[in-house]
Design a protein around this ligand. Sequence first.
Ligand SMILES: Cc1cc2nc3c(=O)[nH]c(=O)nc-3n(C[C@H](O)[C@H](O)[C@H](O)COP(=O)(O)OP(=O)(O)OC[C@H]3O[C@@H](n4cnc5c(N)ncnc54)[C@H](O)[C@@H]3O)c2cc1C
Length: 402
Amino acid sequence: MNQLKSDLVVVGNGIVGAATALRIKQDFPHLSVLMIDKEQSCATHQTGHNSGVVHAGVYYQPGSLKADFCKRGAMLTKSFCLQNNIPFVQCGKLLVATNELELTRMEALAQRCHENGITTVALSEQELKAKESKVSGLGALHVPATAITDFPKITETMVAHFCALGGQNLFGAEITQIKEDGQSVRINTGQHLVETSALVVCAGLMADRLVRMMGVACDFQIIPFRGEYYRLAADLNDVVKHLIYPIPDPDLPFLGVHLTPMVNGTVTVGPNAVLGWKREGYSTVNFNIKDVAEMLSFPGFWKVLQNNFATGLKEMSDSLLLSGYLKRVQKYCPSIKATDLKPYPAGIRAQAVLSDGSLVHDFLFKETERSLHVCNAPSPAATSAMPIGEYLAAKAAEKFRL
Ligand SMILES: Cc1cc2nc3c(=O)[nH]c(=O)nc-3n(C[C@H](O)[C@H](O)[C@H](O)COP(=O)(O)OP(=O)(O)OC[C@H]3O[C@@H](n4cnc5c(N)ncnc54)[C@H](O)[C@@H]3O)c2cc1C
């Protein structure tokens, strides 16, 4: 067994772990900081399988961590991209209302944007057509601040800066055991025994498992929701100039199937939100006995099913039948045909659910005497990674007297 020692360990080489480790190393250069990830490279999971959208902060409850971190995160992401020559394209977003109910919901969203200090412009049917000739709706909300970027590239760059400052990285090291006493934390990866004074865990889809590994009572569980995408055929790469989103159902945490121009010039369609049977299962058929057994034995899972039965069933049928999926995008972009939808890799969202079946909407953190845990960091956590990192660095400084 390889013995290692470090002042502080950050688990997770996704964008949240990378932003946190970098911020800690920048603020406390004298500390030895070690990043650990079970994969061989960074951004392997959620960070490497998302829409690449730098959200402006349209949807989030005013005063929530999401509202604050997302808005500041968008600004910090923009300057990080500019400083590091990473693509950042401020193409703006159109939220398209296709019926009277959506028009009412659109007004509520405009009001929320106003409360969150985000500039929007309400467009009539004709103004929408003038901006996007292939998009149809009764009206739309234009959010000019929304942008697109390359989150894996941002993560790699943050890790490179972290290493340049003297930070260490341990890849291919899956943490299977963590023991904490008043003085230190001992982390076992099977091949390495790492001793540290302080631990910050940003483990995404495995967040609950790492909390429970420390013997902490855990009132939530991560439920994986697959986000399945298609890519539009290359001759449709210029079908839209803006990000085109539906008006979401305010009771659901997911934003609906959208058209997303990517920084590489392609356009993705998606993601939907289907219950996953494997936390890290990206292929078409996925099943993991441990993941499923844990989910079925969690009371919150059954309550989520009960509360969202019709929605869940519709998501599943539209996932299985291309015609169902297609209808969602044809609702606002009628010219897209089934043959235009090409395969594209899925992503898996780590969504924390409480045992009473409620989905945790805001970012959620937990702590023990010598550790801090990011327990719920779904979208827009890629946009918000830098403020999350700042928050954790400040919390670590106070808690661990760095
Ligand atoms: C389909 C989809 C679309 C999205 N779209 C957007 C978007 O457009 N804009 C946006 O802002 N956000 C978006 N998000 C959300 C965003 O991608 C995530 O919130 C963000 O990437 C979370 O980053 P993370 O670092 O917390 O998690 P991850 O990227 O999942 O990283 C967690 C890391 O922890 C490691 N790990 C876990 N367990 C262990 C262990 N036992 N030992 C060692 N290492 C471990 C994993 O290997 C992994 O590398 C989307 C997410 C999905 C799934």
